[in-house]
Structures are given as structure tokens and as C-alpha cells.
Design a protein around this ligand. Structure first.
Ligand code: HEC
Length: 406
């Protein structure tokens, strides 16, 4: 793929591009700036849209929180309490809700005073994690795989399998964006957005909007950070002496996305949802899937991604659930999800005696799962560039996170 003249830097960037995929920004056509981050593969998905009825107490709540239990029950919280939503709506607590997180032991609830746990049947009970907070009040919750992160008035707390950490210099964090396996957490609070990055040996914090004022930002796999500034979708890239933000395009030859209303990161897969005036996009590596914008939705004030792989869009009065054929409430299994995905997208080449090495059977998928995710997110596979159906890299990530179930 020849040389690209980077006018702003005054240097020629040349690459022979052995993988045939081109680096981000390398695939520009006429009139496109070379410094735009572009997808390598795009596909159009059909969205399954359903309306979620909110009780009057949650309507108009500017700090609506949502979470889904492992059996698919949606709960919502706000200033007037905690509610079970869906077919049998009910109030579960009348304490103001500051944060919700879906864990294996049920929904963790941060109220204005303490932490509660709702197992799905009885009334919410005090959570054993509450003792970590001492006199501090909880403000935000998130999970990163099996870890729970608690933003509180006194400090940021991390609860791992066997250890807990307390970050006393990160007090009053009221928003946490991260996902299972992420290296980064984006923290919102009274001050500017910050990113907490975990390296092999330490944690490091950086102010995120030292370069450009950021309304919101989310981490993505591979140490990526995507941000929202003035309606534009941007990605932070490391440059000498700091970071710079580049526009991100949602298609192969358009300009960087604008009119963006909200961002959300899938807590399990790290797929990034982008809600813009024209539609909804899901970024998985260098692959972008686009979905139509649900009808009748006002300007989206919050996009809430839940552990079932779906996205909830809130326009200040109503909530619409957007799901794709790979979102579901249950866990991802080989027989139920991965085998059909293989049949539809890979089998035409990856069979014994086929064009490419065999990926037939669960053992091949277990052995190669990490590379499969890499190849899918890079847009390298399918080799013939046919659009994917019945899933994508996010589905394979969900399968891996769920323990490679048969
Ligand atoms: C049109 C043919 C074709 C399709 C369809 C296809 N592949 Fe491939 N794939 C290849 C070829 C050719 C290679 C290189 C030879 C090899 O590794 O067997 C390859 C290589 C790979 C590799 C190893 C790449 C590396 O460099 O390490 C992985 C992993 C892979 N494919 C996964 C998939 C998955 C998953 C699918 C389905 C979603 C898929 N491929 C669909 C042709 C295809």
C-alpha cells in the first residue's frame, strides 16, 4: 500500500502492509484526511428494539441506572429508589440509587448511604462490601470481570477475588467506565475525566481532558480510549510528550463521526456503542457494525450497556432496549452460539482439507480463541471480507469471558 503524505507532520509514511489490512487511517480515499481512525470492516446489523416501561418515579430522572440479573431481569434505580422493571414491575427499595452493578451474586446497589445486594427474589439486603466504605458514601459502581469497583466520597475501592485496594487520592468518583479484562478505567467526578491505567506493577492516573475538553470517554480492548467532545467521536493516541485525539470514522471513507449523543462500553466484551443522530454503531476492534436509530427516540442523554450484551437508550423520559442477534440474556455456549457462527462465517474455508486450517470443533476454538478474537477485531477474517452474520468478535469475547462453555 504505497506512501501517504501526512501534510500536518510533513513526513511521508510508507508501509508495505503485510497483513493486507492497512493501519488505522491508511485506507483513505480521495478527500479523506489520513489522520482519521477508520474501520477495516463494516457490516449492517438489524436491531431488535423493544420499549422498556419505566415507573413514573424513574421517568425524567437524569441519573437513571440500569442493570440486568443473570436470569435477565432488568432493574432500574434513581432518586426515588430501586425498581424491578419489565413484566412485574415493583419497588425494591426507596433509598436513592447512585450506582448498580451486575455481579455473580446478584445486583450490587449503591444507595445514598450504603451498599445493598439484591439476589433477585427477596428484598435487597446489606452487602458485606459495605464495611469497606467506613463512613464514606458510595457514589458509583462498576465491574471489571470478577472485580467490583466502588467510587465513594472518601476513596475509590477495588474488590478483587481475595484482595481489596483503596485509592485515597481518587475520592468522589461518581462514574466508572470499564469492562472485563480492560487495562483502563475512565473515572468521572467533580474534576475532569481521569483514566486509571493498570500496568504490570502499578496504577497510574492521567487527566483525560488536558488536550481537548471531553464530555465522556470509554476504554476499549487493546488499551484504546474513545472520547466524545463537542459531538465528535475521537480516539486518544500516544504522541511524543503526551496524547492527542484523532477523529474516528464509522465507515470506510466518510469523515470522523459527528452528532454523537452518547457512548457506552459493553461491560463484558469492551465493544463500544456510539449513539449518533443517524444511527447506532458498535465498534469491535477495527470492525464497525451499524444499526438503525430506533424510531421515536428524542436526543439520547444516556446510553447504558448491560451485561446481557444489549444497549439501553434513554432520552430523559423513555428507555428503548437495542439488541442484536448476538445479545441475549443467557451465557454464550459453543453449541448454541459459536458453532452456528463458525458454520455461517468460517466453515467455507476452515475445514479439514479446506483452504485454511481446520477450526472444526470446540477444541480448535478453545485453543485458538485469543487469536480468533484478534483476527476478527482486526477485520482480517473472514479472508474474503464477506460480512459476518450471527455474531462477531464480541460474541467470541463473551464466550471466553463466560468460561468457554460447551
Ligand atoms: C475465504 C476463506 C476464509 C474464511 C471464510 C475465513 N478464513 Fe480464516 N483464514 C483463511 C486463510 C487462507 C488463512 C491463512 C491460512 C491458515 O492459517 O490456515 C486464515 C487464517 C486464519 C487464522 C490464523 C491467522 C493468523 O495469522 O494467525 C485465524 C485465527 C482465522 N483464520 C480465523 C477465522 C475465523 C474465526 C473465521 C470465521 C469468522 C475465518 N477465519 C474465516 C481463510 C479464511
Amino acid at each position: 500500500m504505497g506512501c501517504i503524505w501526512l501534510a500536518t507532520l510533513g513526513v511521508a509514511a510508507c508501509g508495505d502492509d503485510p497483513g493486507g489490512a492497512g493501519g488505522p487511517g491508511a485506507g483513505g480515499g480521495a478527500g479523506s484526511a489520513p489522520d482519521v481512525v477508520r474501520p477495516q470492516a463494516t457490516e449492517v446489523l438489524s436491531a431488535q428494539v423493544s420499549q422498556v416501561t419505566l415507573p413514573p418515579e424513574l421517568q425524567g430522572d437524569s441519573a437513571l441506572r440500569l442493570a440486568v440479573t443473570t436470569d435477565g431481569t432488568l432493574v432500574g434505580g434513581g432518586a426515588h429508589g430501586l425498581y424491578r422493571l419489565g413484566d412485574a414491575p415493583a419497588q425494591l427499595s426507596d433509598r436513592p440509587v447512585r450506582g448498580l452493578a451486575a455481579t455473580k451474586d446478584g445486583i450490587l446497589v449503591a444507595t445514598d448511604q450504603t451498599l445493598l445486594r439484591w439476589s433477585g427474589t427477596e428484598a435487597p439486603a446489606p452487602s458485606p462490601l459495605a464495611r469497606l466504605l467506613g463512613t464514606g458514601q458510595p457514589l458509583a459502581l462498576a465491574t471489571r470481570g470478577d472485580e467490583v469497583w466502588i467510587g465513594a466520597s472518601d476513596a475509590l475501592h477495588q474488590v478483587g477475588g481475595s484482595s481489596t485496594l483503596r485509592f485515597a487520592d481518587l475520592a468522589s468518583v461518581s462514574r466508572i467506565a470499564t469492562f472485563a479484562g480492560a487495562t483502563d478505567l475512565v473515572l468521572g467526578g467533580p474534576a475532569a475525566l481521569r483514566v486509571l491505567r493498570q500496568t504490570m506493577t502499578m496504577f497510574q492516573t492521567n487527566q483525560l481532558d488536558d488536550e481537548v475538553p471531553m464530555l465522556d470517554a470509554v476504554p476499549a480492548p487493546g488499551g484504546r480510549l474513545l472520547g466524545l467532545s463537542g459531538g465528535a467521536l475521537l480516539e486518544r493516541v500516544a504522541v511524543t510528550g503526551g496524547g492527542a485525539w484523532r477523529p474516528v470514522a464509522l465507515d470506510k471513507d466518510g469523515p470522523g463521526a459527528t452528532g454523537v449523543e452518547a457512548l457506552a462500553v459493553d461491560p463484558v466484551t469492551g465493544s463500544v456503542w456510539v449513539v449518533h443522530a443517524m444511527g447506532v454503531a458498535r465498534i469491535e476492534g477495527t470492525r464497525v457494525a451499524t444499526l438503525a436509530r430506533p424510531m421515536g427516540l428524542g436526543k439520547v442523554t444516556a446510553a447504558l450497556a448491560t451485561t446481557d450484551g444489549s444497549l439501553h437508550l434513554y432520552d430523559g423520559t423513555k428507555v428503548v432496549r437495542v439488541a442484536t442477534d448476538t445479545s441475549g440474556t443467557g451465557p454464550v455456549g459453543y453449541a448454541s452460539h459459536i458453532a452456528p457462527f463458525y458454520e455461517a462465517n468460517c466453515k467455507r474455508c476452515h475445514v479439514p482439507l479446506g483452504r485454511a486450517h481446520s477450526l472444526d470443533g470446540i477444541d480448535a476454538w478453545k485453543t485458538e480463541v485469543d487469536n480468533i478474537i484478534v483476527q476478527l477485531e482486526a477485520g482480517n477474517m473472514p479472508d474474503d471480507k464477506m460480512p459476518l452474520s450471527s455474531g462477531g468478535p464480541g460474541l467470541v469475547r463473551r464466550w471466553k469471558q463466560g468460561g468457554l462453555l460447551p
